[in-house]
Design a protein around this ligand. Structure first.
Ligand SMILES: Nc1ncnc2c1ncn2[C@@H]1O[C@H](COP(=O)(O)OP(=O)(O)OP(=O)(O)O)[C@@H](O)[C@H]1O
Length: 353
């Protein structure tokens, strides 16, 4: 294989790079001029409605699908149009984790993990030791001789992750890796992937329809729509201030909204004795401040909480609340909340409560 100068990786070469990738099926566009990069050690979440192009993107990334035009670079090497023989060693740099685990039921846990080692080029005498190391890493040191049918869903996925890591990949691709698991098990798999990312500095790309998984796992997020990037950014930015309607729709269940009964009453010009409705977003330690008590104590403003919630984006707490304050105090409250260090505060209009 002849390498062009851009095929030779250096420390700043992204692990993944899509350059103007297009893919259509019988004239139906799945990916349209798609360009993005994923840096070493980064966790990238890809979200989008059904049919947005997520699977096609992942298949192009894994070398299972060839783009019509454009480049797909893994560690600087364009895999888009490589013949099969040259593609295989590059595919070994990619570990795949599937929704339904795809373990071989007739083989024990350790043999499932040894399977990819057999084609990895690792000296056969080391296979057992390496598989044991991986079982330790994923927290299943005692399950080596069990069969997949004897494991819970979460344990099967741990084996799936160990198998994906067997050949020391540069990139882990997770295709709906937690979608078949209950919330508690999902959380434990998220923690495992975070631990592996930190410990091995492993780059991870995940596609999922579970927004809470992206919120807790991803560093950056790409929102796909009709094969194009609708929005891309840091997970905190995307979840706290989604810009496009498509992102807002995808995150509906993640973002508290004003109750319909109040939304219906909103108007833009205040009447006497009206209340202003404020949408407040707090990030980090501000979330723990007693904002309503402080508004009363330090600014003599009486604010009522209409709706509110606290969750986490990665380790950062995010608080969202909807407050009602007397309309005359609206601007004063916005200034006070900004002084208190909230992330954003926006007046949604007025209601007569
Ligand atoms: N092999 C194929 N033949 C024909 N059309 C295809 C093929 N694969 C994908 N498509 C079409 O390309 C578009 C993108 O599909 P893709 O499966 O990538 O979307 P997705 O975001 O993964 O959807 P989902 O979340 O439902 O899995 C869809 O309109 C789909 O019908």
């Amino acid at each position: 294989m002849t390498l062009s100068p851009s095929d030779i990786p250096n420390s700043t070469t992204p692990v993944v790079e899509f350059k103007e990738v297009c893919r259509a099926f019988s004239g139906h566009v799945a990916l349209s001029n798609l360009s993005f990069q994923v840096k070493k050690g980064e966790i990238m979440g890809i979200i989008g409605r059904s049919g947005a192009g997520k699977t096609t993107l992942l298949r192009c990334l894994a070398g299972l699908e060839k783009p019509d035009t454009g480049e797909v670079r893994i560690e600087g090497k364009n895999i888009a149009n490589l013949p099969r023989k040259e593609l295989l060693p590059l595919q070994q740099r990619i570990g795949l984790v599937f929704q339904h685990f795809n373990l071989l039921s007739a083989k024990t846990v350790i043999d499932n993990i040894i399977l990819p080692l057999k084609i990895s080029g690792l000296y056969a005498g080391k296979h057992h030791e390496r598989a044991k190391e991986l079982l330790e890493l994923v927290g299943l040191p005692d399950k080596a001789n069990d069969y997949p049918a004897q494991l819970s869903g979460g344990q099967k996925q741990r084996v799936g992750i160990a198998r994906a890591l067997a050949a020391n990949p540069a990139l882990l691709l997770c295709d709906e890796a937690t979608s078949a698991l209950d919330p508690e098990t999902t959380r434990s798999i998220i923690d495992l992937l975070l631990q592996i990312n930190k410990q091995l500095k492993l780059t991870i790309v995940l596609i999922t329809h579970e927004m809470s998984v992206v919120r807790l796992l991803a560093d950056r997020v790409i929102v796909l729509n009709k094969g194009q990037i609708a929005e891309e950014g840091h997970v905190t930015q995307i979840f706290s201030h989604p810009k496009t309607d498509i992102t807002k729709q995808l995150l509906t269940e993640e973002r508290p909204t004003l109750p319909d009964s109040i939304t219906r009453l909103l108007h833009s010009d205040p009447l006497p004795n009206d209340y202003a409705i404020l949408h407040v977003i707090m990030l980090g330690t501000v979330v723990r401040k007693p904002l309503i008590a402080d508004l009363q104590k330090d600014y003599n403003i009486s604010a009522s909480l209409l709706e509110g919630s606290i969750s986490h984006i990665r380790e950062t707490p995010i608080g969202t609340s909807f407050l009602a304050v007397p309309a005359d105090d609206c601007n004063k409250t916005i200034d006070a909340l900004n002084d208190m260090g909230v992330e954003s505060v926006e007046s949604l209009g007025y209601v007569s409560l």
